[in-house]
Design a protein around this ligand. Structure first.
Ligand SMILES: Cc1cc2nc3c(=O)[nH]c(=O)nc-3n(C[C@H](O)[C@H](O)[C@H](O)COP(=O)(O)OP(=O)(O)OC[C@H]3O[C@@H](n4cnc5c(N)ncnc54)[C@H](O)[C@@H]3O)c2cc1C
Ligand code: FES
Length: 262
């Protein structure tokens, strides 16, 4: 499992563009971060310009290219911080703290089933690249509310996914319904060694239930409201399977599903 390092990095925005409705792609020049960050880890970005907004924004990444010194993030604009982040144009500079947390563990065998919901897709795409580089086969399921907010399937194809299934709540892309329904269909015909998932909590709980019912181990990338992002404030705690709590920012965000209380 990749380890946190939590160092301060300066970054420069190279590109920041809307890819889908309210879903943005941010490409940062941050050479030291691009060398050290591992799939499933995250970073805490400072968006300058509003002194009343002191908390950094925790974001995963979808791709890091150490050769070019760049890191790609995909984020949804949901509130004031991400709205101001979307206004940082090329040449804008700020700082981030990372790599943060523990990332995906590389499964020892494939095929792996990846399940992404909404803006859970970025760390799942980073996992797809990790599996592809390791020569492990994978299938991927992507779910979104509607076609206009879907991101990830094309990238999964490009990374060599055997199958890519799409579900949308309104049926405007792929099959109408939830990712868990697509997962049930795949589990009925395919054999997998492991499941890896990131998305809304109810979706991940459903994915974990299906994986456990099929006897498959499952890694989950969790999201929690975060204060400090490095283990000092206890505001990102998650109930652990055998009592007590785990810290999402330090023990996670990627956990084995069996570590947590669902
Ligand atoms: C480890 C980690 C990785 C993440 N990776 C991504 C990513 O790759 N792409 C992406 O789009 N988002 C990601 N998020 C969620 C992202 O951090 C929040 O959407 C962001 O902080 C919202 O900031 P804001 O100021 O725009 O919104 P606020 O004005 O603070 O809040 C707006 C809404 O977003 C919710 N929210 C705020 N912070 C979080 C949070 N930390 N987690 C979940 N919901 C939150 C609030 O409950 C509220 O409903 C990640 C969160 C964590 C903890
Ligand atoms: S966000 Fe402060 S301890 Fe995790």
């Amino acid at each position: 499992m990749a380890s946190a390092r939590n160092e301060l990095h300066e970054f420069e925005v190279l590109r920041n563009e809307e890819l889908a409705q309210g879903i943005w792609r941010l490409v940062l020049h941050a050479p030291r971060l691009s060398e050290g960050i591992r799939p499933g880890q995250f970073m805490n970005l400072e968006v300058p310009g509003d002194n009343s907004h002191i908390l950094r924004i925790p974001l995963s990444f979808s791709r890091a290219d150490a050769g070019a010194g760049v890191v790609e993030l995909v984020y949804a604009v949901v509130g004031e911080g991400t709205r101001r982040l979307s206004q940082m144009g090329p040449g804008a500079v700020s700082t981030l703290v990372g790599p943060a947390g523990h990332g995906w563990r590389l499964p020892s065998a494939g095929p792996v089933l990846l399940v992404a919901g909404g803006v859970g897709a970025p760390p799942v795409i980073a996992a797809a690249e990790m599996l592809s580089l390791a020569g492990l086969e994978f299938d991927a399921i992507f779910g979104a509310q509607t076609a206009a907010r879907l991101w990830g399937p094309e990238r999964a194809h490009d990374l060599g996914a055997r199958r890519v299934a799409i579900t949308t709540d309104d049926g405007t892309a792929g099959v109408r319904g939830f990712t868990t329904q697509a997962m049930e269909r795949l589990l009925a015909t395919e054999e997998y060694a492991q499941v890896m998932t990131c998305g809304p909590l109810p979706m991940m709980a459903g994915v974990v239930r299906l994986a456990q019912a099929s006897g498959l181990s499952c890694q989950v990338s969790m999201e929690r409201m975060m204060g400090c992002g490095f283990g000092a404030c206890n505001c990102c705690n998650i109930a652990a399977a055998h009592g007590g709590y785990k810290s999402c920012c330090m023990d996670g965000p990627v956990f084995g599903a069996e570590e947590l209380a669902w």
